[in-house]
Design a protein around this ligand. Sequence first.
Ligand code: ZN
Length: 694
Amino acid sequence: MKIEQITTLADRWSEADVAGGNGLDLLVYQSRLIGSEPQLVLWGGGNTSLKLEERDYRGRSCQVLRVKGSGSDLKAVEPRDFPAVRMDDVLALFEREEMSDEDMVEYLQFALLDPRAPRPSIETLLHAFVPARSVVHSHADAILALTNNTRSDAILNEVFGAELALVPYLRPGFGLSKLVGQAARTRPDLKGVILLNHGLITWHDNPREAYRLHLEMVNRAARYGQSVAVSTHPALTVPGPARRREIAARLAPLLRGLVSRQQPLVARFDDSEDVLRFVSGAVLGLERTRAALQAGAATPDHILNVKRTPLWIEPASLDDEQKLAQDTRTAIESYVEEYRAYFERYQQGEPMLAPMPRVVLVAGLGMFTLGKDSRSAGISADIAHHTFAIMERAEQTGAYRSLPPEEAFRAEYWPLELYKLQLAPPEKQLSRRVVLITGAAGAIGAAIARRFAAEGAHVVCADIDLPRAEELAAELTRAWPHNRALALALDVTDEEAVGAAYQRIQCEYGGLDVLVANAGIAHSAPLDTLSLEDWQRSLAINATGHFLVVREALRVMKAQGIGGSLVFIATKNVPAPGKDFGAYSASKSAQAQLARVAALEGGPSGIRSNIVNPDAIFRGSGLWSPQVRTERARSYGIDASQLEEFYRQRNLLHVNVRAEDVAEAALFFASAHSSRTTGSMLPVDGGLREAFPR
Ligand code: ZN
């Protein structure tokens, strides 16, 4: 990840790109330019608008405001993301003294030119009340470094003089819109306003000029304090990258478990350069780092993703494992206690949101961000990176400060945001869960990976064949973006490789909820001709390989303390061994017995362990190589071409078993639907009397 720093931004408007574009096209173009600068807006932040003349459903000409819809992201915005609001309807509101958020949202719904359009931004009235045609609003880091500053008044006056008006902090809504509208109307010379603790608005009749002005103001802010010398001597010694990851991987499951008691979160470790600089006190020293963090998030918007404050853990030693664990426990407990107190102090009857931190900073080590999925943990991380840059810059020119806790609370518990949470679709069976699948590139592994990803899981596709695992992870990522799938090269017989794989998973997602122990090989030969080498290879992969992977899974799951599920893909050969399939049947039976012992040992920790017994799967299976097919056909005294039909006819339902059928059984064991089942065996074989579990 690149280092976030406040820099000046280049004007990227190109007349060639917009030649011939009409009003709405210009707005889309301008918006994407703003959205593509993370120093201006992050993840749905900021908004833009343009006043145009359009025709209504009866062809009558009318003045409208095209304004960003709620929930869209400027960097990828499309024309349809800008609902048109009738100007005469919204301008009528300027005369009012006040209006609640709920009334405003409802009113805007009626003012839409096309009632099917998305809901317009909560800052719509602000855009409408400014007379200029084009309005641009961002939460630029450079501006926030000056507004979130104990010297903000003096600095802002020095930098912007009378060109921009300063608007004191008010939550977005009618009151703020009216203040901005009044400023714009009483001072036609104004180029825009600065919203304290919030961001910048610029305007102009021409969209190109509104954009240019925006950059000019942001760049002026960015240059302020740029020349102040920055110390780069860390207050703490930071361990090297390998050691850092080792410590972080060990800490992650404990941390994840502690914050996941009510609902699991994924935890993502980040030790990029700017994080390390910040958490080692390199720029601010430890005392000022602590104070800046305690002052709170940079904007009300950010609070939704990073809470008012992060959790800061300052361990006595990173090397003393037990002490670090204890420090982490204590730190989380006191964070939760403080959050409860903050909630009790300001609540007005709302239900309490999760009291857990979303950003955890470990002094001298790095940052963990927590979220319901990898996307949300990633958003928190992005915001944290930008917040560090803002804090560092503010501390260079004054001291960082932010909203008073009461305002922060009102932002976190803003009814419109709470309402959005209620509208969120119900979570899927494996949402918030992390799953490791071994042998993921094979037919069964891939079917399970696809099924689990569709159910919301974070899927680690581990296989000895890395290119195929990568192909699968890429396919899943296309369908489920934002880091929901990860490919790992894994030889399950290699103890060190297994350890390294888990370390990676723990840094990426914080831990593990489900292991699908699926990697396996099939070897067919009668016992009297079976070589020792083939026998040992079968045992190494089908038995020892599962032991190594399960051992780590149990360690991680026990450290988390939130249960877990182990799903073993065994075979119909476990209860009903096959002739000439000695190495396979014996080694898979060892796997099944391992699964049962895992059920015995995992039970007290809420870790379930179950077995799926498929019969042969032909379609897409690597297990059934031409050689194995020929050998199996010979054992049954049939031709290899008849094999599939033979397997179909021998079961009660006369069906071929598909990888997707196995995936359904695995999903049952992985999900809460089987929460009362452990140590069991489920056949997926079309019904084979000799393989009935007994
Ligand atoms: Zn805003």
